[in-house]
Design a protein around this ligand. Structure first.
Ligand SMILES: CC(C)(COP(=O)(O)OP(=O)(O)OC[C@H]1O[C@@H](n2cnc3c(N)ncnc32)[C@H](O)[C@@H]1OP(=O)(O)O)[C@@H](O)C(=O)NCCC(=O)NCCS
Length: 216
């Protein structure tokens, strides 16, 4: 059982975005996904300064692959995300809280096999926005997008075992812990153990039907 009503936030009304998204070829351009707290959209070069401030702090970067260290570096990363999306390998959504214009975090999904049947997601958000609900709001839209639009059936995530917040976020979103990948992530010269978390499309749809019927 990957998800229970006790660990999942009550669902907000489903955003009316997916019909539009399905008819759009995400390889041409990502749709804009509107949640209750944040909007997810394609990264823009103008997000680079904000992403540098948000994602290059020690607390955010501690357990993830080192982010760029300059605005130029983030601009190159953003251009790379566009190329990889156009090639059909990867998508990266910027997280923009309602009332703001620039991205304060990212959700990434990359294919682990051709066609995205098995894919991996990852995420990072500026620490001043931790605990605000923006993660959960964005995560639901990204997982929906992976299963409903990209055609993923198994979505994996890896989080360093020592990353309490990253593991807490994955547990909260309903991922199932499948095992420990021993010394699988090199960070600051040290190999760290990672937890492998997965969500299957069928489990996600079953969980959503529970959210949908919940009275609150
Ligand atoms: C991962 C991330 C996007 C999650 O966003 P967030 O806003 O912090 O997430 P939330 O606060 O909604 O959820 C985190 C959960 O973990 C829990 N948590 C926090 N510290 C924890 C710890 N040490 N052990 C266990 N759970 C913990 C929180 O209490 C929260 O659960 P709750 O809402 O039920 O109380 C954000 O923390 C981040 O960007 N971290 C840095 C980058 C990163 O590590 N990315 C993940 C790589 S897998």
């Amino acid at each position: 059982m990957i998800q229970t009503t006790s660990t999942v936030q009550p669902a907000a009304p489903a955003p009316q975005i997916f019909e539009a998204a399905v008819s759009t070829d995400w390889r041409q351009a990502l749709p804009v996904l509107a949640g209750t707290m944040v909007t997810l959209r394609e990264l823009r070069l103008s997000d680079a300064p904000s992403l540098l401030v948000m994602l290059s702090t020690e607390e955010v970067a501690r357990f993830i692959s080192p982010p760029p260290t300059t605005v130029d570096g983030f601009e190159r990363f953003i251009a790379w995300t566009h190329r990889e999306r156009a090639a059909g390998n990867y998508v990266c959504f910027g997280v923009v809280p309602h009332g703001m214009d620039t991205a304060i975090g990212i959700f990434q999904v990359r294919q682990l096999e051709p066609g995205f049947g098995t894919a991996e997601w990852g995420f990072a958000i500026g620490s001043e926005f931790w605990g605000t609900g923006g993660f959960m709001d964005g995560a639901k839209m990204v997982v929906d997008f992976a299963f409903d639009v990209i055609g993923t059936h198994r979505l994996e995530a890896r989080a360093a075992v020592a990353n309490g917040r990253g593991n807490g976020a994955l547990r909260k979103v309903g991922a199932l812990q499948e095992g420990i990948l021993r010394k699988s992530f090199l960070r600051n010269g040290e190999y760290l153990d990672q937890t492998l978390w997965t969500i299957l499309d069928e489990d996600w749809r079953r969980s959503k039907s529970v959210w949908g019927t919940r009275v609150h």
